[in-house]
Design a protein around this ligand. Structure first.
Ligand code: SF4
Length: 497
């Protein structure tokens, strides 16, 4: 059974652990730089990239405005093509349904194409509890699964592992791995291929997600690079596709836009090596039975948020995390979810609510708001804008706390001081006195170092230098040096009038 993100601490605690892992930071810096360079080169080839982005955003916005109608259209078209369409309100419903469908097919082992939706719902773990083994067939997902690890990137789930580490995992966990295996990529891929091929030949049920679901035709689309997806989609007799309701595009022609945006933004390729499309079961080819499970799992909650709903435009390309300076330093695990990086920082609170737990509450702050995520997003999601909006929601949610937090107390005290000039002057005099008491405690530059006796604020002072209060406030300085002159100036202006 794989590890899960359940019970992860908030971002600040998790990031602190990640930041001291120098190997992790080296792996991440190298991998994200390679992907960034490739992406920039292929995006630079298109003169109309900005127009394509806006077209992608407009198509998705149109879908979100009429999602109910498009979903019914998709259901009707897929059913007419011979697929069986099911609906699931949340992850538990979807997992129960999929387990039942697998049992109906008489299987206790399934092969899987990489799917963010099934990871989001913890499907592998839920199936394992029902005695069903789910084998990930994407190379990076396989590495994560074999090592009982957690994915840390949407596109490259094992981005935090280097070749030497992968070799060790294969030797330790993969049945039949050659004992003389080296860490050369060709050999590692060859070992995985041998292992997976045996499973492909025996599996009778395949599970996939979908990158796109075409409403007018009932077609599902999966794009991938390794060919494992094509094997899962065509070899087993039963195919179960688990699809988030936001994956809809209205027409087949709309794919023209997204099949340009997605590969260039994700793998830095002009087109994906494998683009698989299927519309119900094929005649004498591919699976005989096709089930499609349409899942909400928080998407209608996100849709109800007028600012946040743009996150549902996401096509899971991962460009935002490859360009994010925060992600590059912390890696994906710190985000406490299968959706890491900037999109994870908005999607998790939107799907689950900002008050769902420490992860959701902390993620809107896991950003420097530098805006690179927005610049590279192929569907122009204004992630910084949504982050600021969600920070407001976190604050609003905390207003309902019966016991005020340290931040709330601090803000109330500041409000009291700023309310009357006399109070502000008194606080400034006290701050000057505080400087004389504290002196320079060793912080960088002109600041105070950690101040242990500040109570709840001590934590805040561990990560930042509180500026040293000035010896004399501006008001006091003005009064001392210009007080009389200022008064005289006022009087002379009065006289002139
Ligand atoms: S938010 Fe944009 S850049 Fe990030 S994964 Fe989604 S589509 Fe890609």
């Amino acid at each position: 059974m794989s590890n899960t993100f359940v019970g992860m601490p908030g971002f600040p605690e998790a990031a602190r652990v990640a930041l001291v892992d120098t190997q992790l930071r080296r792996n991440l810096a190298h991998a994200t730089k390679v992907i960034r360079t490739k992406r920039n080169a292929v995006v630079g080839e298109l003169d109309d990239w900005q127009e394509l982005r806006l077209a992608g955003a407009a198509i998705k916005d149109g879908v979100l405005r009429h999602l109910d109608g498009y979903l019914e259209q998709f259901e009707a078209a897929a059913t007419a093509a011979g697929a069986q369409v099911h609906w699931a309100r949340d992850g538990d419903e979807a997992n129960t349904l999929v387990a039942e469908l697998i049992r109906q097919a008489g299987a206790d082992e399934v092969v899987k194409v990489k799917s963010m939706a099934t990871q989001e719902m913890g499907m592998n773990e839920a199936l394992a509890e029902q005695g069903i083994a789910a084998l990930e067939t994407d190379l990076a997902e396989l590495i994560v699964q074999l090592n009982d690890d957690l994915p840390s990137h949407i596109l490259v789930p094992a981005i935090h592992r280097n070749r030497a580490e992968i070799r060790e995992i294969f030797l330790r966990e993969m049945p039949g791995a050659p004992r003389d295996l080296t860490d050369r990529p060709r050999e590692l891929a060859g070992a995985a291929r041998q292992h997976l091929r045996r499973k492909f030949m025996s599996a009778t049920v395949g599970i996939s997600g979908a990158n796109f679901a075409v409403a007018e035709t009932g077609t599902l689309v999966v794009v991938e690079s390794e060919g494992n997806g094509r094997m899962c989609l065509t070899l087993p007799e039963t195919l179960i596709s688990v699809v988030g309701v936001e994956k809809i595009v209205p027409t087949f022609a709309d794919l023209e836009v997204f099949l340009q945006l997605l590969p260039r933004s994700s793998t830095g390729e002009r087109m994906n090596p494998y683009t698989s499309m299927w519309t119900g079961p094929g005649d004498g080819d591919g699976p005989r039975t096709v089930h499609i499970v349409l899942v909400d799992n928080g998407r209608t909650r996100a849709l109800a948020d007028p600012v946040g709903r743009q996150a549902l435009r996401c096509i899971r390309c991962s460009a935002c995390m490859n360009f994010c300076p925060v992600y590059e330093r912390t890696g994906g695990h710190a985000y406490g979810s299968v959706y890491p990086g900037p999109i994870g920082a908005i999607l998790n609170p939107l799907l689950n609510g900002v008050d769902a737990g420490p992860v959701e509450k902390s993620l809107p702050y896991a950003s420097s708001l530098c805006g690179r995520c927005y610049e590279v997003c192929p569907v122009a999601i204004d992630i910084p804008d949504v982050l600021v909006h969600l920070r407001g929601k976190v604050v609003d949610a905390s207003r309902e706390h019966k016991v005020p937090t340290a931040e709330m107390l601090g803000m109330r005290a500041a409000g009291w001081a700023f309310d009357k000039p006399g109070r502000l002057a008194a606080v400034q005099r006290l701050a000057g006195l505080g400087r004389r008491l504290l002196g320079d405690r060793g912080g960088a530059g002109d600041g105070l170092g950690p101040i242990p006796f500040l109570g709840p604020a001590a934590k805040w002072s561990r990560a930042r230098d509180i500026p040293l209060p000035p010896r004399e406030s501006f008001r006091a300085w003005w009064q001392r040096t210009r007080g009389k002159q200022g008064t005289a100036g006022k009087q002379s202006r009065k006289g002139a009038a």
